[in-house]
Ligand binder design. Structure first.
Ligand SMILES: Cc1cc2nc3c(=O)[nH]c(=O)nc-3n(C[C@H](O)[C@H](O)[C@H](O)COP(=O)(O)OP(=O)(O)OC[C@H]3O[C@@H](n4cnc5c(N)ncnc54)[C@H](O)[C@@H]3O)c2cc1C
Length: 485
């Protein structure tokens, strides 16, 4: 990777029209490096007589085109920042160029076609709120400050997935700045190969400057909120969660969180419940949960956009974080779950710096997602396997390796449990990990793209032959070509 000298920066500035250019000596540069997790933040480095590292914050597509070409002319590492939630630093660069899309967040709604078009740096908050203003919603993330960029390009699960599938199943088109600087529209009819690759491996092809999503009529209020249980109810809560998938309802979803309560209130089990219907329908659906006498119950009729804020207090910016995906096919074994719960609580009680950590388990009706054939998009984990996250949060950087190693051991136990169960169930499904819950280079599967890999390699060769976009789960190039580090 080349050093960025002052004259190269001057060249960059001269080619940009309205983008803010930040170098390490600029006001605002340090702020521009902030990511959701401190582990995702990368610093520029001082090299001899010049600073390496530049961030641009464009407000138009032309500046992105110029920057992408400039980076290649100067052999400079290129990173694209959407919402900045990568814990592995894939939207950051150590001494290269960051195209930070945080000023490109405009969202518009086309009511007749029920589509929502959002710029590549928007978060789900903007999309949820713009849709809600017109009685519409699309499938977005369950924590509303997450970027639409990374979440969409890796697939995207949300509370509406039971009804409408993945985020990518509702992506109608995307406008992309490619490595050669051109701006193209990708859709079923324009650059269909690129459109296919964007849906599941999308960080590998360019800078997506605009996404257009199909939206749906959404009633103003849904039945949702938080239920809190003491640890002795674990087996009964798991039984109820298993029941939601044994008796699936596309309008319903649940999330189960193992965490320590605020203010030293001790271990607890949280269930976030969701029903896209009336209070009566929701109460009926979650009757078994309500009968377990939760010590906390905030469930009510609330706006859909507010559902996606319920986890925000636990998902704040700051500290060091690791996201390790875990995978399971309910029914979950209550004995296994008890061992997971006890081991996790013992760990965070022994090392108090880990106290804000959590295990988050999703219970989504996957039937709609599985209606789309696997080869129809690049998304490789389209099956009945549910996704969870071992979410570790700590402050001491010297503990990074230790905590990640422990997280891997927990992840391995879940994988072993799934494999045992799949043997019992005699299913043949491959289980590639959900790409957005896998830190690159640290996946539990060797080929995260599964059977879509060969086609992805050929689309990559067509649209980004020099591997300019290689940060997040790089597509291994055809044999003989070396991946950039
Ligand atoms: C708190 C939290 C909640 C989450 N909830 C969900 C959830 O409900 N459902 C779900 O499916 N996933 C969820 N995720 C996972 C999430 O999908 C990924 O972390 C995703 O990569 C975040 O995208 P981002 O744009 O915020 O992150 P970034 O760090 O900005 O980007 C991640 C990767 O995508 C690339 N990228 C981002 N935007 C663009 C763009 N416009 N063009 C090209 N490349 C781009 C970046 O270069 C980077 O490699 C959650 C993650 C967190 C941290």
């Amino acid at each position: 990777m080349a050093e960025i000298n002052p004259s190269a920066i001057e060249t960059l500035r001269s080619r940009l029209t309205t983008a803010t250019v930040l170098t390490p000596d600029s006001d605002g540069y340090q702020d521009s490096l902030i990511r959701w997790s401190d582990t995702g933040r990368k610093q520029a480095v001082w090299q001899k007589d010049s600073w390496d590292g530049v961030v641009i914050q464009p407000v138009n597509v032309a500046d992105i085109q110029s920057a992408v070409l400039w980076a290649q002319e100067h052999s400079v590492d290129l990173a694209v920042k959407g919402g900045g939630h990568s814990t592995a630093g894939t939207s950051s660069s150590e001494g290269g160029l960051v195209v930070d899309l945080s000023r490109m967040t405009h969202v518009s709604v086309d009511v007749p076609s029920k589509t929502i078009t959002a710029q590549g740096g928007a978060t789900w908050k903007e999309v949820d709120e713009a849709g809600a203003a017109h009685g519409l919603a699309t499938v977005g993330g369950t924590v509303n400050h997450t970027g639409i960029g990374g979440l969409t390009l890796g697939g995207g699960y949300g509370w509406l997935s039971g009804q409408y599938g993945l985020t990518i199943d509702n992506l109608r088109s995307a406008r992309v700045v490619l490595a050669d600087g051109s701006l193209v529209t990708a859709s079923e009819t324009e650059h269909p190969d690129l459109f296919w690759g964007l849906r599941g491996a999308g960080y590998n092809f360019g800078v997506v400057v605009e996404f257009t999503y199909q939206a749906y009529d959404q009633s103003p209020l849904v039945y949702s909120g938080i239920l809190g249980y003491s640890p002795d109810k674990l087996e009964k809560v798991i039984e109820q969660l298993n029941g939601t998938l044994a008796n699936p309802d596309a309008r319903s979803g649940a999330m189960c969180i193992f965490a320590h309560g605020p203010g030293g209130s001790g271990p607890m089990i949280i269930v976030i419940c969701f029903y896209n219907g009336t209070r009566e329908e929701g109460q009926d659906r979650f009757a078994g949960f309500l009968a377990l006498d939760p010590f906390l119950n905030t469930v009510d009729m609330i706006p859909y956009s507010v559902v996606n804020t319920l986890q925000n207090p636990q998902a704040t910016y700051g500290d060091r974080k690791s996201f390790k995906g875990i995978f399971y096919e309910p029914p979950l074994d209550p004995h296994f779950m008890r061992s997971v719960f006890d081991e996790f609580m013992a760990k965070i009680q022994t090392d108090n710096d880990l106290m804000p950590s959590a295990i988050i388990l999703e219970f989504i009706d996957m039937r709609k997602i599985c209606e789309t054939p696997l080869p129809a998009t690049a998304f490789a984990s389209r099956n009945m396997t549910q996704n969870g996250i071992l979410y570790l949060r700590w402050t001491d950087p010297s503990k990074d390796l230790e905590h990640r190693t422990w997280a891997r051991s927990v992840q391995a136990k879940w994988k072993a449990e799934l494999e045992t169960r799949k043997k019992d169930l005699q299913t043949e499904n491959d289980v590639p990990q959900y790409i957005n819950y896998a830190e690159p280079g640290d996946s539990v599967v060797t080929n995260i793209y599964g059977e879509n890999l060969a086609r992805l390699q050929s689309v990559k060769a067509q649209y980004d032959p020099n591997n300019v976009f290689h940060k997040m789960h790089p597509i291994p190039l055809f044999t003989g070509e070396k991946l950039k580090k």
